[in-house]
Design a protein around this ligand. Sequence first.
Ligand code: UD1
Length: 334
Amino acid sequence: MKILVTGGTGFIGSHTCVELLDAGFEVVIIDNLYNSKADVVDKIESITGKKVSFYKSDCCDEDALDKIFNEHQIAAVIHFAGYKAVGESVAKPIMYYQNNLMSTLALCKVMAKHNCKRLVFSSSATVYGNPASVPIHEDFPLGPTTNPYGTTKLMIENILRDILISDDHWSIALLRYFNPIGAHKSGLIGESPNDIPNNLMPYIVKVANKELPYLHVFGNDYDTPDGTGVRDYIHVVDLAKGHVNAVEKVLNSTGIDAYNLGTGNGYSVLDVVKTFARVNNIEVPYQIDPRRPGDIAQCYASTDKAYKILDWKAEKGLEEMCKDSWHFLQMTKK
Ligand code: UD1
């Protein structure tokens, strides 16, 4: 059975392709390589020992999508393709709205044309805005979002709901990710931001590797156990496995539903820094800086729904996430 993965050479996309192949699915990737490299396809193939069909095309390009659907009998789509940098989205909102919305609309249009109505969408916990309490349940109010990137995720969730209302043959899973980190055990695929990273783990890795002098800890005066921000870090391989379960769910049902993909555990910035330093036996210098505008104190998932309905739960802990993130960097140097 063939699954089309848009953005399949990205961080989460590539790990998901590996898990899909391991689970016995065939994989077709469309990716314009805006934020990834073509050799990721070779790496997916070398990890799994299986071939993937790769199209270097833009997901906004309806003709390119049409060609793929003509050449392959696609059973379901996992839609990752999109811009994802929060700061950049504030600076370039038109680019973000255009790309993230147009790619989704093009995809859904071509899917409907080919009568393929099974979709897993890569959403984010950012759709909850600043939650009134934690853990966050899927039925919590959505928004207001705090940046254009987050708004595109929320808008796309709403678009997909409208599509379902118009045609109840669709089956859609909205996967709301918490904070994915870590990398595949092989060290062949992982997260490699080109510029100075915005997110915590890629920044820690660059500090540990002495590419950056120290970590800026954004605030230690939050209402959390040690005053630093608390998040639900999830190993990207666990997250990828959640997509396989979600694909199975959309293949065997109709309707639309949202699922949190997190561990249900909250760790502070200093928990992550100290765990990373200890398990990798390396120094991570840091200094306490003011809060980052738009940040919230705590964000972690209720994981009951994903467990109950998708039969999925995260299994890897923070130590493994820290080890695998560092191992990936070591491997990129070889
Ligand atoms: C951020 C995005 C969110 C996106 C998610 C993807 C913002 C405001 N939110 O979430 O929309 O879905 O990434 O993974 O950017 N921290 C530091 N120093 C750093 C970097 C981060 O102290 O150099 C702290 C932050 O203040 C936060 C925690 O580490 O408490 C995690 O930050 P980050 O990795 O950027 O993720 P989020 O803020 O949760």
